[in-house]
Write a protein that binds this ligand. Structure first.
Ligand code: ARG
Ligand code: ASP
Length: 736
């Protein structure tokens, strides 16, 4: 056989392998160092070409070295040897907003540094890279014995953790994290960079295109990205901000592949998913669907309505509240989708089925029976009993914490008040001066008129939820008030609050005479309400919910252990806990409802279809329209089209925003930023038929950087792959 023929045959074989529908999309967020053991074969069967060591290795550089925990809440990835960092627009939003003003409105117009000097610093922003992860379960649980009570057990675990941290102390920041409700403990060492500068962000009309209307939805047309750069000391180690710092040289940065990904191709998401709850029993799921989510949705609805009205009237308020509004509406909308999704996928029945199977299995085995028979009934009873408390907890958080800025601000005076009460003059003066310094940040984005309206709408909801048991005199008095009187009380509270009446005077009095300032603060209605609501939360509600939590944790841990033992062939992965994970699946559309099939890709044509001139969600920059008209897409086009977003069946959650979407060779093809409406219930009930993660196509990102923003120098820093690997190109040629 000639060599040419062999090559051809191989190409045909590869083509054949590629068109076999891969095993199926996979539920789960997997621990990177266990992939070799648990997932690598499965991933390879779905089209992964790299090895488990390429994904995670501690001895050599691996993909993990390019994955960054961005500010603790999002993910980002290193995409050049000069520390260039890619994340979502909504992840960099707070930073973009903080550099914005009416004159220099980067939220609206975008921002592009055309060289290093123009990059903007972001005090407080961190970029963390995992150096290693080690299982320390045995060390953490050493000396923990069955006869210990909860306190003894917790104390022993704490002591062991302290020892592990001390034994491993070195150049990295360390933490020991519980996984699977404490069935497993992992020591994580990180390098935490503190000088992270803003390099570029598209205007919101691209980065947040479709805003809240399109949020959590497919088809999507958002260019949700922003670019930062990590700086290090001259030794390439983390350093506080300094002009002398230099761009960080990562151990590995991602290669960028401009070939896109077709339906059925393998994808994986590497990042820091925040939190999921996949192992809850059916009754708790029912509470979420029928009680917790609806109550929280209703509160946010009324808050959002109040904010929206004023934001539409005033440009200044819109800038001030853009970030807050987005945060509040994001969870609100997600909960609506979550309830809907759990109903359509019959999440309660599904959990009940699992519970039945589990119970039947353990009843047939004496060992299991003695070990696990009590677990489910007790766990479910705990969730039942906890319900009224959870409602109170949620209602406090929604109305008086997230829902009211004055209250939240005043909760921050507790330290000053206790120093005042202890008569600790020196410390009081230092702390009061610090507080005075920080006030500008609060006032910059505060609109007291709006906050007062929110309080008027939400205080009655709060008071209605507070239980009379344990409530203070003030709360009881307010609870008894009729609507008109309560309304007057709020008007008066705001009118007389010196914190908001005259910001300059309040700052000055904190600095000049803190004792007097705190004395008057204590007498104000505003502080008294803050103190009463906070105290009720901390002293009445919290101790009770924490007591439940401890018991629930323990039973959830046993439930998970039981599930694993009884169903060894089913995949059980630990819930997300803001640690580094890998999810994998494939590019695929889905069927949101009967008679409808969604495709997997969107294009610039779709962006233009949604365009509404002047609209605050669907307006577009003129330049983008021009680029569309002239089809000036450069090397980023797919044929004569410009790809924008795509979806895949990777199991993701909040915190995965900004995560790289990688192809089978570990190259960057997209940037994760959202999930689809029908699938937001994936945090409790992942369903492969409906759950999809949404990514912006990397080609759209680079097109915006290069063609729209003329910041092509950034693309030049990257390693681009613009051709299919030879075998695949050949296979495509011979494919019919
Ligand atoms: N839904 C996405 C995530 O949970 C994106 C949110 C940002 N966009 C917005 N319109 N609020 O965080
Ligand atoms: N948008 C989310 C985030 O900010 C991602 C998600 O929930 O799917 O992390």
């Amino acid at each position: 056989m000639t060599k040419r023929l062999v090559n051809r045959m191989m190409a045909v074989c590869i083509a054949f392998v590629m068109i076999i529908p891969s095993s199926s999309a996979k539920e789960g967020m997997w621990i990177p160092y266990l992939i070799g053991q648990l997932n690598a074969d499965d991933m390879a069967s779905m089209g992964m070409e790299i090895s488990a060591q390429d994904i995670y290795d501690v001895n050599q550089s691996s993909l993990k070295d390019a994955i960054v925990h961005f500010g603790g809440g999002c993910t980002a990835e290193l995409i050049s040897s000069k520390g260039l960092l890619l994340t979502n627009h909504h992840c960099g939003y707070g930073q973009i907003q903080s550099h914005s003003s009416l004159e220099n409105n980067y939220l609206q117009n975008g921002f592009w540094a055309m060289n290093g000097k123009e990059e903007l610093t972001n005090p407080g922003l961190t970029a963390s890279i995992v150096k290693y992860m080690n299982d320390v379960t045995n060390e953490v649980l050493s000396g923990v014995i069955a006869t210990m009570d909860k306190e003894q057990r917790a104390a022993k675990i704490r002591e062991n953790v302290e020892k592990i941290l001390a034994d491993n102390e070195g150049e990295y920041e360390l933490e020991v994290k519980p996984f699977a409700y404490g069935n497993q403990y992992i020591l994580i060492a990180k390098e935490v960079f503190k000088d992270v500068r803003l390099v570029g962000a598209p205007p919101s009309s691209i980065g947040k295109y479709g805003a809240d209307t399109d949020n959590w939805m497919w088809p999507r047309h958002t260019g949700d990205f922003s670019i930062f750069r990590v700086y290090a000391g001259t030794d390439n180690k983390p350093a506080e901000y300094s002009e002398a710092n230099v761009p960080y040289t990562p151990a590995q940065h991602l290669k960028v592949n401009l070939m896109g990904a077709k339906p059925n191709e393998f994808t994986m998401i590497y990042g820091f998913p925040g939190s999921t709850n996949e192992y809850l029993p059916s009754n708790e799921i029912a509470f979420i669907i029928n009680e917790y989510d609806p109550a929280r949705i209703a509160v946010r609805e009324s808050l959002l309505e109040t904010l929206d009205k004023k934001m539409r009237e005033s440009d200044a308020t819109r800038i001030q509240y853009a970030s807050k509004y987005a945060r509040i509406s994001n969870a609100w909308k997600k909960w609506i989708g979550e309830v809907k999704g759990m109903k359509t996928t019959k999440a309660v029945e599904r959990k009940q089925k699992l519970e039945r199977e589990f119970t039947e299995a353990i009843n047939k085995n004496d060992d299991w029976k003695s070990q696990y028979a009590d677990v489910l009934p007790e766990l479910m009873k705990l969730y039942d009993d906890r319900k009224p408390l959870m409602m109170q907890r949620y209602m406090f958080l929604e109305t008086m914490y997230y829902g009211n800025e004055l209250m939240r601000h005043l909760y921050g005076y507790r330290k000053l008040v206790s120093l005042y009460e202890e008569d600790n003059t020196e410390a009081l003066e230092t702390e009061a001066a610090k507080k005075a310094e920080s006030l500008a940040g609060f006032y910059k984005n505060y609109d007291s008129e709006l906050d007062e309206k929110a309080m008027k709408a939400l205080l009655p909801v709060y008071l209605n939820a507070v239980s009379t048991e344990g409530a203070s005199e003030l709360l009881l008095k307010l609870k008894a008030m009729d609507e008109v009187t309560l309304n007057k009380y709020v008007t008066n509270l705001y009118a007389k609050s010196m914190v908001i009446a005259d910001p300059e005077k309040w700052s000055a009095s904190l600095k000049d005479n803190p004792k007097k300032a705190i004395k008057t603060l204590l007498k104000s209605d505003a502080y008294q309400l803050a103190s009463a609501s906070w105290t009720n939360f901390i002293d009445v509600i919290n101790p009770q919910t924490s007591a439940y939590e401890v018991k629930i944790e323990e039973l959830q841990a046993r439930y998970m252990m039981g599930l694993k033992e009884v169903f060894p062939q089913r995949p059980f992965y630990p819930d997300a806990n803001s640690t580094l994970r890998v999810a994998y699946g494939k590019v695929e559309g889905y069927k949101p409802m009967d008679g409808v099939q969604y495709g997997s890709h969107t294009y610039l044509d779709g962006v233009i279809e949604k365009y509404i001139p002047g609209d605050y969600e669907f307006d577009l920059p003129e330049k983008l329209i021009q680029l569309y008209k002239t089809k000036d897409y450069g090397i980023y086009a797919e044929g004569d089209k410009m790809p924008v977003c795509f979806i895949a069946s990777n199991h993701t959650t909040g915190g995965n925003s900004g995560s790289p979407a990688l192809n089978g060779r570990g190259e960057l093809i997209g940037l994760n930023f959202d999930r689809t409406w029908e699938g937001t219930m994936s945090d409790y009930n992942y369903d492969v038929s409906l759950c999809r993660n949404i990514m912006v196509d990397i080609r759209y990102v680079l097109f915006i950087v290069d063609k729209f923003a003329d910041a092509g120098y950034l693309v030049e820093e990257m390693d681009l792959i613009t051709e299919l690997p030879k075998e695949e190109a050949a296979a495509e040629e011979v494919a019919p």
